[in-house]
Design a protein around this ligand. Structure first.
Ligand code: UT7
Length: 323
């Protein structure tokens, strides 16, 4: 059978770093509150002239380099983003053009913070049915552009960045020792549309709008759904939490990440945490965290991991991967 194997990972963070103290100079907040309630100490913010596609291209180039894969081999580009360069066309086509990638599939996936899990599952399907042999899956965001910088309850939480993986279709034995994406699970519950949304958009207001969030409600659902998503994706294969080497969750809040780990009975050292350094980069957080785990040696060949995320919608999802 065909499986999608992750053969390269790349990350890009904008140069400008903003710490909590800098935010406390213009908002009624403090480093202590932000650290205690979220675990965040700093975030990267894109420069005025840096677009989501620019961040995506930087991450993609690094992933291709790590994968020893040329741009000419790319047959599909799936970009997870809620901050596209323009309302249309897809930011994936801007990435295609900037990379000089050949004619192929290019689309954006809009599942907010769950975007990377959705994009990975979609690209995995393309590869398994033979629509493409090599795909770039990118999470890229400039959430700084959507924030209401006068709203302390949201402005302190997010950062900009991009991460990318190269997926390659490979023949496999079809058992759980295979390397690659072993299972994916996606879901959404539109009853929570207004718990985390942007109050603008081309159809509703003809403006871009700002991010609005019912933080407590998102928190409560995030812990429950994220823990369930790990169990659900493992159940597809008959594996158990004890078999996992690593959890690479979406990075929204350290307290959410820790609560999910406790629910699952997963030792803290098996969970990758980057929210302290990156803040919440929405669809970019998982590939950025994969890059960190690869750099520090925790993501070695053969390791079994789950990536999972929940965001606006609510939309959530998980993927089980053997590295
Ligand atoms: O990527 C997926 C989307 N996002 C998430 O997963 C985020 C989920 N939610 C959260 O992470 C948390 O709910 C927050 C970090 C957003 C908020 O933490 P919380 O512990 O739920 O705080 P809260 O909203 O209940 O607010 C507690 C207090 C409030 O003051 P009062 O009403 O108790 O006087 C807020 O006004 O903290 C106040 N507050 C702040 N104080 C200082 C809210 N934001 C700030 C701030 N600095 N930045």
């Amino acid at each position: 059978m065909i499986r999608s194997r992750v053969v390269g990972v790349g990350a890009y963070l904008p140069a400008r770093v903003v710490d909590n103290d800098e935010l406390a100079c213009r908002l009624d907040t403090s480093d202590a509150w932000i650290r205690e309630r979220t675990g965040i100490t700093r975030r990267h913010l894109a420069a005025e002239d840096e677009l989501t596609s620019d961040l995506a291209v930087q991450a993609a180039r690094r992933a291709l380099e790590r994968a020893s894969t040329s741009v000419a081999a790319i047959e599909a580009i799936v970009v997870a983003t809620s901050t596209p360069d323009h309302t249309f066309p897809a930011t994936a086509t801007a990435v295609q053009q900037k990379l000089g990638a050949p004619i192929g599939i290019a689309l954006d996936v809009q599942a907010v913070c769950a975007g990377f899990a959705y994009a990975l599952a979609i690209a995995d399907s393309f590869l398994r049915v033979g629509h493409a042999r090599t795909a770039l899956v990118i999470g890229a965001e400039t959430f700084s552009r959507l924030l209401d910088w006068n709203d302390r309850s949201t402005a302190v939480l997010f950062g900009d960045g991009a991460g990318a993986v190269v997926l390659r279709a490979e023949r496999s034995r079809g058992d759980l020792a295979d390397r690659g994406v072993l299972a994916t699970r996606l879901a959404a519950d539109g009853r929570h549309y207004r718990d985390l949304y942007v109050d603008g958009g081309p159809s509703a207001t003809r403006t871009t709008g700002h991010l609005r969030m019912n933080g407590r409600e998102v928190f409560r659902h995030a812990v429950a759904r994220l823990a369930e998503s790990v169990e659900a994706v493992l159940a597809e294969t008959g594996l158990a939490v004890a078999d996992l080497d690593l959890l690479v969750p979406h990075q929204a809040n350290l307290r959410i990440i820790e609560a999910v780990g406790r629910r699952l009975g997963l030792p803290p050292e098996k969970t990758i945490v980057t929210v302290d350094r990156h803040a919440n980069t929405s669809a970019a957080s998982i590939p950025l965290a994969l890059d960190v785990a690869l750099e520090d040696g925790r993501l070695a060949d053969g390791r079994l991991l789950v990536v999972n995320a929940l965001g606006g919608g609510f939309a959530w999802g998980a993927a089980l991967i053997r590295w």
